[in-house]
Design a protein around this ligand. Structure first.
Ligand SMILES: Cc1cc2nc3c(=O)[nH]c(=O)nc-3n(C[C@H](O)[C@H](O)[C@H](O)COP(=O)(O)OP(=O)(O)OC[C@H]3O[C@@H](n4cnc5c(N)ncnc54)[C@H](O)[C@@H]3O)c2cc1C
Length: 348
């Protein structure tokens, strides 16, 4: 597993700027967590990477960067629906990025385009899953979290290798030392707010967790003098079953170490039931906490969504239904949140 957190005992006790309801929950969680109070040791990092601003498309398809694979690790279990790999790439601080951005990867080889011409494969985007300091905290690597795209023939129910995803399979099958043609970084939708006391609610399905791993590592695992996070980080994670959980060990360690500041809730669609007795999808889990979520949003919390496009209709429908049940004008309310830059959506 991809855990680099070293866990040791210490105290907790930070508070975050939230409404009383959220503080009450934090207080009861603190009591529950007292016995198991642990903390994750923060790593020192090369602080020159704090001075990079917001890099954008430093490398493009015509002048790409060449990274080298350090490791490829399957991070899903045997009963997972599909395979997800954590891939560490050597970048030597030469393609710096900030948390929440993506890299492009150009897979080797060519394709025949719609005009019958042989052209290089196009760029695929991948959210970066490590902070700017990488998994080893030295800034020399960056990590990706890649789901292997397979094609299952709807008639036979069997995988057809001829139609498998080109770039994701290239990355998941990559060998140590293999060169990776990269572009970017790109993206400004999923950036963290500057306020270190913000409430950050993250809602992910599958590999959508990648950018949020950069958030929690920056908040809780690195020693960054100009970013001392005092707010609340709340992760809602939707996957099919327990074997599909990603980076769970890292999150559990942080939830134990920072019970006031790190919350984690799973929606396991094939293992849990929602209140109506149906499958537990991500919107059902968020709805369970809708009073708190609305309360936090009305007090300035940021909400982030990342993962498959298909997650958004169910989430928006749930938010609308809950808003109406509270007598809130949904359109006005949601537009207001967007206007105040509290809503961040990157789905693919
Ligand atoms: C902003 C952004 C961030 C992203 N972040 C991530 C991330 O963190 N992790 C991640 O895993 N992905 C991420 N993606 C998705 C990623 O960019 C790729 O789209 C994904 O990996 C599939 O690319 P591929 O080259 O493997 O598949 P492609 O070769 O592009 O194929 C796409 C799909 O079509 C299917 N297919 C191929 N041929 C046929 C055919 N003849 N008939 C029918 N179907 C066919 C393939 O099986 C595959 O499922 C992100 C996308 C965006 C836009």
């Amino acid at each position: 597993m991809v855990a680099v957190a070293s866990v040791q005992r210490s105290s907790v006790g930070q508070v975050f700027a939230a409404k009383p309801a959220a503080r009450r929950v934090a207080a009861s969680r603190r009591v529950l967590a007292q016995a198991a109070s642990t903390s994750v040791k923060r790593a020192d990092v090369p602080l020159e990477l704090e001075e990079i601003g917001l890099p954008m498309n430093t490398f493009g398809p015509k002048n790409p960067f060449t990274g080298k694979v350090v490791s490829v690790e399957t991070i899903t279990g045997a009963k997972a629906t599909g395979e997800v790999c954590h891939i560490i790439i050597q970048t030597d601080k030469k393609i710096p990025f900030v948390e929440g951005q993506s890299y492009g990867v150009i897979p080797p080889g060519t394709k025949i385009n719609s005009k019958g011409k042989e052209v290089p494969h196009g760029t695929r985007l991948y959210s970066i899953a490590s902070t700017r300091y990488g998994d080893n905290f030295d800034g020399m690597t960056a990590s990706l979290c890649v789901r292997r795209a397979v094609y299952v023939d709807p008639e036979t129910g069997k995988e057809d290798p001829a139609k498998k995803g080109i770039c994701s399979n290239f990355l998941c099958d990559a060998k140590v030392g293999q060169e990776i043609t990269m572009t970017g970084p790109t993206g400004k939708v999923l950036l963290l707010p500057e306020d270190p006391n913000a409430v950050i609610i993250c809602v992910a399905t599958g590999t959508g967790i990648a950018p949020f791993r950069t958030f929690w590592r920056r908040m809780f695992m690195e020693n960054v003098p100009n970013y001392k996070f005092t707010g609340l980080f709340w992760m809602f994670m939707g996957v099919a079953n327990s074997d599909n959980k990603l980076y769970d060990d890292e999150m559990q360690a942080l939830a134990a170490a920072y019970p006031d500041q790190f919350r984690l809730d799973y929606a396991l669609s094939r293992e849990q039931k929602n209140v109506r007795g149906g499958k537990m999808y991500i919107q059902d889990k968020v709805e369970e906490y809708s009073d708190e979520v609305f309360d936090l949003l009305n007090n300035g919390a940021h909400i982030y969504f990342c993962g498959l496009k298909g997650m958004m209709p169910g989430i928006l429908e749930m938010l609308e239904r809950v808003a109406k049940s509270k007598g809130i004008n949904y359109e006005e309310w949601f537009e207001g949140l967007k206007h105040k830059n509290q809503v961040h959506v990157e789905v693919y």
